[in-house]
Structure formats: structure tokens, C-alpha cells
Design a protein around this ligand. Structure first.
Ligand SMILES: [Zn+2]
Length: 401
């Protein structure tokens, strides 16, 4: 067991906690940010402020202010050998322009934006190339499995393992551990304090009535604009099915491009099932049902075009495990049969941990392997599709007669 101090120093470097918003009852809904050098990551309020201020900057001031930058970039294109140096100068100049224009605006809004220019420079240096992963949990307060899974994800992401370090170097993890704090505190099974299912409010959340959903949506929109979001995962518990499985979305376009995308969005669930058989691929569904159109997964997929947008479900009950039939009972002695076993707390923690571990395949160094993998999934998917199409055409022909 590590000393408390060690853990504290380590977590200060990679974990920051802030408040996403206040809930209806006034409870602070926490937001965690996990990444390497998190101390230079902007505060949540600053991130939102940049989002508001950037559009007018681009519209009004860009032309004059960025003339110098454009000149430098042009020189870069013409020069040979000095490109790196010039690009760096252009980058510095760009930051300076942004800073000069914005400092006044920031300072008048909030004293905490002091030295914002320097901080912004450091922020871009440390985090500009990272991609984002967003995880939310406990929108349905009764589904406590979600918290166990999230516990596993957090423990892994904050660990010293080489993979965790690598993930922190390349991703910014934005995590809302408890979307429906009120529901949990007041002992609701599915609803918020207002008595509504927050996972049916993502289409047009109200800032005052459904604050955690409204601000999570803002957050996801912002991180995706700034640094492509490679995975959005909303953790739940399922009261009827066994095992753990994903609900994903689908592109309706069955031309080549659509088929590729539909194959690519099956890769994360497939990788999870490959890692741990408790993730059951045959239970995963990739579709958009009418009644699910206002859930987190569908809205994030449709509005922000985030392909890997999933609901991760974990059974309330158990997992199926393969066991050999004991000998001495009849002709099928020794054959393998499936048996239901209760999911333990450790099982659920393990599932959450493995879910983030598969992001290994999304590291920049693994891009070529990921492409090959997506191609393989496409082949399988296409074979299934071809099998399905003739039956469907035949049925239609039948109906016409
Ligand atoms: Zn749920």
C-alpha cells in the first residue's frame, strides 16, 4: 500500500476536481479531469469562457491581428530548413495576439484570469495534441453497478501502470462520476428530484431543471470541438439481461463509407469482449430506437457526430460462465454448459478497468493496427450484411406478389 502523501503528490499531477454545476437541491455535481500535467490544464470556468470569447475574436479581430502570423506561415512554406523554427515563432505570435485581445476581457470578468496568456501558452504546449474521453455514470441512481465500474476505470487511470501513464499522455479524461446526485441522496431508483428520467432529457436539457445534463452536454460539445472526443461512455445497470454489454448507434447510410463507420464503431465493444468474456458481444445492440432518441448516447452521436458513443450496461444479476458438466451423470458427461454466476463487486470493478484499457488501441502509435482491425471488423460485418440482404430482398419480392 502506498503512503497517503505519495498518492496525494501523484494525484495532484494527474487529477483535478472541479464542480460541473449545482443540482436542483443545491448539491455540487463533481467533474474530474485526469491527464498528464493536469496543473496546466485550464479550469472548467476558463474553458467555457474561451468557448464564448473565441467566435467574436475570430470574426472581428482576426484579420489585423493575424497578419503577422500569416506572413510567418507564408515564409515557412517558402523556406527550406528553417521551417520548424518559423512555425514555432508563428505559434508564439498567435498566442500573443490571442492574449493581447483577450486579457482585458478576461480580467474584467474574473480576477482569477490573471496571467491568463502565460497559462494559455502552457496549456496549449502541454495539452494541444491530446484527444478526449468522456465518461458519465449514475444518471439512474438505483444502478449502483455503474459506480463500481467507474471505480475500476478511475483506479486504472490513476495507477502507475505503463499503459495508464501512456493514456494520460495522449488523452484528457473528463469524468462525471454521479450525474444524478439528488436521486442518489434521496434514494430514487430512476428519477431526478423533479421526478423525471434525466436520461430522456439530452435532446434539449433545461439549464435550470436538468443542470447536470445541460452542463455535461456543454462540456462534451466543448471538448469535442477543441480536441476530438474518441469515446463517450455512459455507465448503467440492467435489470433483465445477464453479463455486461454496450448499446451503440448506427449510420443509416449503407454505402461504403457508412459500412466502414458502422464497422469502426463496433471495435471498442469487440475489444472489450475479447479482453473479458463477461462483456457479451451478442448482447450488444447498435441501433437508434425511437424511444431512445433523447438518451445521452443517441444525442451525443447525432448532434456532435461522436462515433464511439455508448451506453455501458452491467447486469444486476450475473454473468454466464462455461463449466464442464460433471462426470457420472449421463451421456453428455464432460460437455461444456453455461451456468449463471452472481457478479461480484470485483467483477464490476474489473469491467470498468478493462473498458478504459482497450483505449490502448487508440493511442497514436497504434493507428495502423487500429485501421487493420477496423478492416477485419468490416469484413465480418459485410459478410453478415450480405447474408441478411438476400433474405430481405426475397421477402420483399414475396410481398409484391
Ligand atoms: Zn440506466
Amino acid at each position: 500500500m502506498r503512503k497517503k502523501e505519495e498518492v496525494k503528490i501523484q494525484s495532484e499531477r494527474i487529477l483535478s476536481q472541479s464542480i460541473l454545476c449545482k443540482t436542483l437541491s443545491g448539491v455540487a455535481c463533481p467533474l474530474l479531469t485526469i491527464t498528464e500535467n493536469v496543473s496546466s490544464y485550464l479550469k472548467y470556468s476558463e474553458e467555457l469562457k474561451i468557448q464564448q470569447l473565441l467566435p467574436p475574436v475570430l470574426k472581428k479581430q482576426l484579420k489585423q491581428k493575424y497578419q503577422k502570423v500569416r506572413k510567418l506561415i507564408k515564409q515557412c512554406q517558402e523556406s527550406k530548413g528553417k521551417v520548424q523554427k518559423l512555425l514555432y515563432a508563428a505559434f508564439q505570435e498567435e498566442i500573443k495576439c490571442f492574449y493581447e485581445y483577450n486579457e482585458e476581457a478576461f480580467l474584467t470578468v474574473d480576477a482569477s484570469f490573471k496571467n491568463f496568456g502565460d497559462r494559455l501558452t502552457q496549456y496549449i504546449k502541454d495539452h494541444a495534441s491530446k484527444k478526449a474521453v468522456v465518461i458519465t455514470s449514475r444518471v439512474h441512481p438505483g444502478e449502483s453497478q455503474a459506480s463500481f465500474m467507474l471505480d475500476g476505470s478511475l483506479s486504472f487511470l490513476l495507477s502507475d501502470s505503463e499503459l495508464a501513464q501512456e493514456l494520460r499522455r495522449h488523452f484528457v479524461f473528463k469524468i462525471v462520476p454521479m450525474l444524478n446526485c439528488d436521486g442518489v441522496i434521496y434514494g430514487n431508483y430512476r428519477c431526478s428530484l423533479l421526478g423525471c428520467d434525466l436520461n430522456r432529457k439530452w435532446l434539449s436539457p433545461n439549464k435550470f431543471l436538468h443542470p447536470p445534463v445541460y452542463f455535461s452536454k456543454q462540456l462534451i460539445k466543448h471538448v469535442h470541438q477543441e480536441r476530438k472526443c474518441v469515446l463517450f461512455c455512459d455507465m448503467h445497470g440492467h435489470s433483465r439481461k445477464q453479463n455486461a454489454f454496450f448499446y451503440g448507434c448506427t449510420y443509416k447510410n449503407f454505402e461504403y463509407e457508412g459500412r466502414i463507420k458502422n464497422a469502426q464503431l463496433r471495435v471498442i465493444p469487440l475489444l472489450c469482449c475479447h479482453k473479458n468474456p463477461t462483456f457479451a458481444f451478442n448482447e450488444c445492440r447498435f441501433r437508434i430506437e425511437k424511444m431512445k432518441e433523447s438518451t445521452a448516447r443517441v444525442v451525443i452521436f447525432r448532434e456532435f457526430n461522436i462515433m464511439n458513443s455508448f451506453t455501458l450496461e452491467c447486469s444486476f444479476f450475473g454473468k454466464e460462465v462455461a463449466v464442464p458438466r460433471p462426470a457420472g451423470f449421463g451421456p453428455d458427461d464432460g460437455e461444456v454448459e453455461t451456468k449463471l454466476v452472481h457478479l461480484s463487486m470485483e467483477d464490476k470493478i474489473e469491467l470498468g478497468s478493462q473498458m478504459v484499457q482497450v483505449l490502448e488501441n487508440y493511442l497514436p502509435s497504434e493507428q495502423s493496427k487500429l485501421n487493420i482491425l477496423s478492416g477485419k471488423v468490416l469484413d465480418i460485418f459485410y459478410e453478415e450484411f450480405i447474408k441478411f440482404v438476400p433474405a430481405w430482398i426475397l421477402r420483399r419480392e414475396e410481398e409484391r406478389k
